[in-house]
Design a protein around this ligand. Structure first.
Ligand code: ADP
Ligand code: GN1
Ligand code: MG
Length: 365
């Protein structure tokens, strides 16, 4: 691995001499490493990522998206006269052949970013300020991409097609290849009882009552880097799923991940509740950057989006558990079913607090 990694690291136009690398971050999909290079006696850092090409079938298309998106963001920051632009948008490092990605001897795809110093992805929200900052950053990201020309590649077709996700779960239950369905009867029932929810947004998009926009589609809290000294939201990362979608997918995933102090796989469900103060901080931050383009219908459905996307991700964790943990990285047995249970508890908590969420929305009319 050591020498192989050196081949990867030195395929890119990094500054300085490559010293070594270590796994970095806590993403569920790609393999991420932070590499150290030495340049004139100081350290320069890079992020190298092995892109999961079992999941992303068209890596060249995906990288084309990321190139286009990051150039567009950079232009927007420049036009706005923003400071510290290199810390606010991802910078791809080209290979020595001038490409945005490298294919190694095993056929794996790699890309490299300039490492953004003094900023971190937070796995579990610590304060309402973080919720506010994250939502503001994701709203600004959507705003910047509103006039992106052309249509991006769909890097995962039907990614937020909740009906498809539901149908895949049903097929996994019917197949039950690991005999696990018997252990998760309550979760299956919870899912089946909520089938009606899965069509709401896709139907509104099909009838164009909700517009298609360029959205991030994976707006969990740790996909925005927070400045370690100021606490400000600095840079939206993890651009693999930036593609046509609905703002409701993005706001929904912010609610899922940023309104509870419990980790994604929390087993003590008594600790799992949607916290209305965090929800309010999200609404405040998001509307600061997104209110200019949201339609009344999108605005109306912001609270519902949390329930929908949390349910959808819960369906996906349940499906993966039944299929033998083949999609999301797991670090212990049962982690996917714990993740599912936590999501479903959040759905219930949001169902109970829907009136309170609507009252928050009234305040920001
Ligand atoms: P995944 O798709 O597996 O979630 P990410 O692209 O989100 O991968 O990267 C994983 C982690 O690596 C992030 O949560 C973040 O902590 C870190 N990271 C990614 N890109 C950068 C960067 N350019 N600078 C600093 N940290 C980064
Ligand atoms: C994955 O890559 P990462 O860890 O940021 C997943 C998301 C899920 C999330 C659940 C491409 O996101 O859709 O919401 O895990 N990404 C992909 O934590 O499937
Ligand atoms: Mg990520």
């Amino acid at each position: 691995m050591k020498n192989q990694f050196k081949d990867v690291a030195t395929a890119f136009q990094c500054e300085g001499i490559y010293q070594g690398e270590a796994p970095y971050g806590s993403g569920h999909i790609n393999d991420t490493f932070r590499a150290v290079c030495e340049l004139d006696g100081r350290e320069v850092h890079y992020i190298h990522q092995r892109i999961n090409h079992n999941i992303f079938k068209n890596v060249p298309g995906l990288m084309e998206n990321i190139g286009q998106v990051t150039r567009h963001q950079r232009k927007k920051f420049e036009e706005a006269g923003a400071g510290e632009i290199d810390r606010r948008v991802l910078t791809l490092v080209p290979t020595k052949n001038g490409k945005d990605y490298y294919v190694d001897a095993a056929g794996d795809f790699w890309r490299t970013y300039v490492f953004i110093e003094d900023a971190v992805g937070i796995d579990v929200v610590e304060s309402t300020e973080q919720a506010y900052e994250a939502a503001k950053a994701f709203g600004e990201f959507q705003c910047q991409l509103a006039d992106l020309p052309g249509r991006l590649h769909e890097t995962i077709p039907d990614f937020h097609h909740t009906r498809s996700r539901f149908n895949v779960l049903k097929a996994a239950i019917a197949a039950d290849i690991h005999g696990r369905a018997v252990d998760v009867k309550a979760e299956i029932e919870f899912a089946m009882q909520r089938e009606a929810m899965v069509d709401v947004v896709i139907d509104l998009m099909a009838s164009r009552e909700i517009p298609e926009r360029v959205t991030h589609n994976d707006t969990k809290l740790n996909n925005v880097l927070i400045d370690t000294s100021t606490g400000k939201g600095m840079c939206v990362i993890d651009l693999d799923t930036v593609m046509p979608g609905s703002v409701l997918y993005d706001f929904g995933d912010m609610i899922r991940t940023t309104t509870t102090r419990a980790p994604e796989d929390e087993r003590d469900l008594s600790k799992v509740e949607m916290d209305i103060d965090y929800f309010e901080a999200l609404v405040q931050g998001y509307l600061e950057t997104a209110s200019g383009f949201l339609t009344p219908k999108e605005r109306e459905l912001l609270p519902f989006s949390g329930r929908l996307i949390t349910f959808e991700i819960g369906l996906r964790f349940l499906t993966d558990y039944l299929q033998g943990d083949v999609y999301f990285k797991t670090h212990r047995a049962g982690q996917n079913i714990d993740r599912c249970r936590k999501q479903f508890k959040m759905v219930e908590s949001m169902e109970r607090q829907m009136d309170a969420m609507l009252r928050v929305m009234e305040k920001y009319k």
